[in-house]
Design a protein. Structure first.
Length: 50
């Protein structure tokens, strides 16, 4: 059974919007807690203050 490409596109958009929202809430939380954000940059682990 082949998935409907229009349906897949809508679901994909919803997932991406949800991920954006989670990212915004993470940054907000890290600022509130005055906590470092750990990211991977150029293959190295880096801690930054948001």
């Amino acid at each position: 059974m082949k998935p409907n490409s229009n349906n897949t596109s809508v679901e994909r958009q919803k997932i991406l919007e949800g991920m954006d929202k989670v990212y915004e809430k993470l940054i907000e939380y890290k600022r509130k807690m005055n906590s470092e954000l750990v990211i991977l940059k150029n293959g190295k682990i880096v801690k930054i203050k948001p």
